[in-house]
Design a protein around this ligand. Structure first.
Ligand code: NAD
Length: 348
């Protein structure tokens, strides 16, 4: 039987290889590296193909495809969001993704993206907070202590200099898990018993809960002047975390408005409510934080370009680390037009 040539073997990064890669680089250096790649792609935002993700909704959750291209490389992520999964021992969010060469259309990377999504979401949050959080912010309330929470916290430490995190979850077992995982990472970790306790003294408020409803994780009276809100869990139609009154007091920053208007906190507002596109702040054409008393809100839903950046980052680590399997994914007949002949010879 003929062996596939090197160009037909696609590097595949398994969950095991992804974990080895993160430990090889170090979680905080990798979060900083991802933030740099994401920031670089936000600076060249205009040249990307952009489309709201393609979402297939069901009563229990959503399955989404997130494609984009910079003209040379194409990428997409498959991701689900099923808040009820954890009760059955399954993850709320799982993902995998692919990069391809635009010139040939051939894939150049296939990778797990469940862990990589947690890394890229956290790196994006912290990259944005670096632009919007008040100067000297060193304390964060982390509300929702599930799969994303440690990543969110460590990214804020690695990228924004966070010193203290105050944890709250309706399930105290999640808070205990998060506190135990964060021990030894150089942070002051404070488990709290109410959201009001968690926000005490925090300049950054992160909401990262999972519930398929219009939830109110933060009420209006919990949000004082000058804070930065990093709202992660409201990312689907009918799934939000903030009281609308907060949105009316905040300056709102978003990834890609056509997607965020449908999926983000701002689905609760008029469709023409003013928002600022983050790429403009990052490339210096729009203002970020302008006063100490301003409430800034990152209405995060997760956009395809962030996954593209993360895929690029992983691809760039492969030659040096070798942390992948060559995957026999693409048919590779000796004569490109003799696909049938290759199949026939395989029976011999
Ligand atoms: P998870 O299910 O592992 O954790 C969610 C946690 O929220 C659970 O521990 C749950 O007990 C807690 N929770 C639910 N309701 C709460 C409430 N009212 N108050 C306090 N805690 C509450 O989920 P995860 O993987 O950590 O994801 C969290 C959320 O982030 C999900 O909604 C997910 O869809 C979203 N997400 C967004 C992005 C993005 O780019 N914006 C990326 C990944 C995940």
């Amino acid at each position: 039987m003929t062996q596939p040539s090197d160009k037909a073997l696609v590097p595949f990064v398994s969950v095991d290889h992804m974990m080895q890669l993160i430990h090889h680089i170090g979680i905080e250096p990798m979060l900083r590296g991802l933030a740099d790649y994401i920031e670089a792609d936000f600076k060249r935002w205009e040249l990307f193909d952009k489309t709201p993700r393609v979402a297939s909704h069901s009563a229990e959750g959503v399955i989404e495809l997130m494609p984009t291209s910079d003209g040379e490389v194409y990428g997409f992520k498959y991701v689900n969001g099923h808040p009820k999964n954890t009760a059955e021992g399954l993850q709320t969010v799982t993902a995998f993704g692919l990069l391809a060469d635009v010139a040939s259309g051939y894939p150049v990377l296939l990778t797990e993206m469940t862990i990589l999504t947690a890394m890229r979401t956290a790196a994006t949050s912290a990259m944005v907070a670096r632009h919007l959080a008040p100067k000297g912010a060193d304390t964060m309330a982390m509300i929702g202590n599930g799969a994303q929470s440690e990543f969110q916290t460590l990214a804020m430490k690695a990228i924004c200099g966070l010193k203290s995190v105050r944890l709250y979850d309706i399930d105290s077992a999640a808070t205990e898990k998060c506190a135990a995982n964060l021990a030894g990472h150089g942070l002051d970790v404070v488990p709290c018993t109410s959201p009001e306790d968690a926000i005490e003294g925090a300049q950054i408020l992160t909401t990262c809960t999972a519930d398929k409803q219009y939830a109110t994780i933060l009420t209006d009276n919990m949000v004082g002047a000058g804070v930065h809100i990093n709202a992660i869990g409201g990312d689907c139609p009918g799934k939000t975390e903030l009281a609308p009154a907060i949105l009316n007091r905040a300056d709102i920053f978003v990834e890609f408005p056509p997607q965020t208007r449908v999926e983000g906190e701002i689905q609760q507002l008029d469709p023409d409510h003013p928002v600022t596109e983050l790429w403009k702040v990052i490339s210096g054409t729009a203002q970020g934080r302008t006063s100490e008393r301003q409430i800034t809100l990152f209405d995060s839903v997760g956009f395809a370009i962030e996954d593209f950046s993360a895929l690029r980052y992983v691809r760039d680590q492969l030659p040096e680390t070798g942390l992948y399997h060559p995957l026999d994914l693409l048919a590779d007949p000796d004569d490109p037009r003799d696909l049938f002949g290759m199949l026939s010879r395989a029976a011999e």
